[in-house]
Design a protein around this ligand. Structure first.
Ligand code: EPZ
Length: 425
């Protein structure tokens, strides 16, 4: 096991290039299975969630090879439609192979992904959508077993208790692309990653419209073809470096990003007090003269994203005054709070969805533990400004969503090292 050792107090300066979006890459990799042909996907981030998903594809008979950040996948000789629990349990997004396997082979058996640090992470909306399209779904012994004689389009409302579902919207879109007739998804997720998957499928020959709005219409096709495609930039990695610049009062330019995917964050950062200078594919953050506490409401896109909520809590922990952060998507997405408190933050949870933050002048370095991808990013940001040394353990969580984040931070002047962790159990 490894850990990060960070020495705080250095304002970040310089340029950082953004990778392709992990949460677009994962479903687009699985969507390539729909074609049964060779697909070349450019700008794939080299993060462990991608490597885990590729192991699942290999297990079912897909071949693939890398050339820089471009991935070529050949799904012409799939030998199995079963995905084992050993791999699925490592990465929730493996449920994305359910749709393409059912759509192409009319059967699939995929382990239930199970919960994670963020909560129970149900898949009932995925099952509701597939069932509406004619898939017979059974859950037995921890597996979702699917069979379908014929896939037929249908009108489906896909909103859950916490709003639309990114994963369920994408899974239904993939199956509907090869179903007979028209499918309409109501209360669809509008995230940029959903739009990117729809654009990929349309380039393969699908007929999808309305992506990015609450109503998506899919006209099923008989076959989809192999293509070349380039993934959108990662808006959460973009937000990570914008917030890293803000918390260290630095001067960072984020290159190869899409500012329009981060409008909610950019609006909040301007209100907070940092300078934001943007053009088509770049955003520069300049240090604030004065900063002010904020009221944050993490909700489905285009609202402020839940994936940046932990990082925003870190920033507000060192912003004098009273801030409020409300999380509306995941029932357990404040795992970073007890760890930030170990660094000296003053945060009170008034219920499982609401944090009240009293900003402090200075955090102090200490050993802390990562619990999920974005909680670990929040601890890194806190470590960048804490007095002294912060040791962050279980950074395999970080590596699931960031490609060696420490290398990019070091290039911006941060004092951060990745070392082996002798204390790890
Ligand atoms: C995607 O997860 C992202 N992951 C998450 O990013 C992101 O936080 C989330 O969307 C919300 O934007 C990937 O794309 C791989 P949902 P997903 O289905 O699709 C409930 C990261 O750090 N729900 O939109 O799993 C669910 O419990 C990760 O990169 C049901 O009730 O999220 C949650 O409360 C973390 N039933 C809400 O909906 C279902 O069948 C939104 O979940 C499915 C979801």
């Amino acid at each position: 096991m490894e850990k990060f050792i960070i020495r705080g107090g250095i304002p970040l300066k310089g340029h950082v290039e953004i990778c392709g979006a992990k949460n677009a890459a994962l479903p687009i990799i699985t969507a390539s299975l729909l074609t049964g042909e060779t697909v070349v996907i450019k700008r794939i981030p080299k993060v462990s969630d991608v490597f885990t998903l590729l192991k699942v594809l290999k297990t079912i008979g897909c071949n693939y090879f890398w050339k820089d950040d471009s991935l070529t996948i050949d799904s012409s000789s799939i030998t199995s439609t079963n995905a084992p629990y050993e791999l699925i349990k490592k990465m929730r997004a493996s449920y994305y192979i359910l749709g393409p396997l059912v759509a192409r082979f009319k059967k699939a058996k995929v382990a239930l992904p199970g919960g994670c640090a963020l909560g129970t992470r149900p898949v009932d909306l995925h099952i509701k959508g597939l069932t509406a399209l004619g898939v017979k779904v059974e859950i037995e012994h921890g597996y979702v077993s699917c069979k379908a004689k014929k896939l037929k389009g249908h009108r489906i409302m896909l909103k859950g208790p916490h709003g639309p579902s990114v994963g369920a919207t994408i899974n239904v879109m993939m199956v509907a692309s090869l179903a007979e007739g028209i499918t309409v998804i109501e209360e669809a997720a509008m995230e940029p990653e959903v739009i990117d998957v729809a654009n990929f499928l349309n380039k393969c020959g699908a007929k999808i419209k309305g992506m990015g709005t609450p109503i998506i219409e899919i006209k099923g096709q008989k076959k989809l073809k192999g293509i070349d495609y380039s993934i959108i930039p990662d808006r959460i990695e973009t937000g990570t470096f914008l917030l890293a610049s803000a918390i260290t009062k630095g001067n960072v330019t984020v290159n190869k990003c899409l500012p329009e995917h981060n409008l909610a964050l950019l609006t909040l950062l301007r209100e907070y007090g940092v300078g934001i200078h943007e053009d088509k594919n770049n955003i520069r953050v300049s240090p604030p003269k004065t900063v002010k506490p904020l009221s944050i409401h993490a909700a489905p896109y285009p609202s402020f994203p839940t994936d940046l909520q932990p990082l925003m809590v870190a920033l507000l922990s060192v912003t004098l005054g009273n801030s409020t952060v409300v999380e509306t998507i995941f029932e357990n997405r404040f795992m970073h709070v007890p760890e930030l408190i170990r660094l000296g933050a003053d945060i009170k949870m008034i219920d499982r969805y609401t944090a009240i933050i009293q900003g402090v002048k200075q955090l102090s370095g200490a050993p802390v533990m990562a619990s999920d991808i974005r909680a670990s990013a929040a601890l890194i940001l806190a470590g960048l400004v804490a007095k002294g040394e912060t040791h962050i353990s279980r950074i395999y969580h970080t590596d699931r969503g960031y490609d060696h984040i420490e290398k990019k931070l070091k290039k911006l002047g941060a004092k951060i090292e990745r070392v082996s962790d002798p204390t790890a159990p």
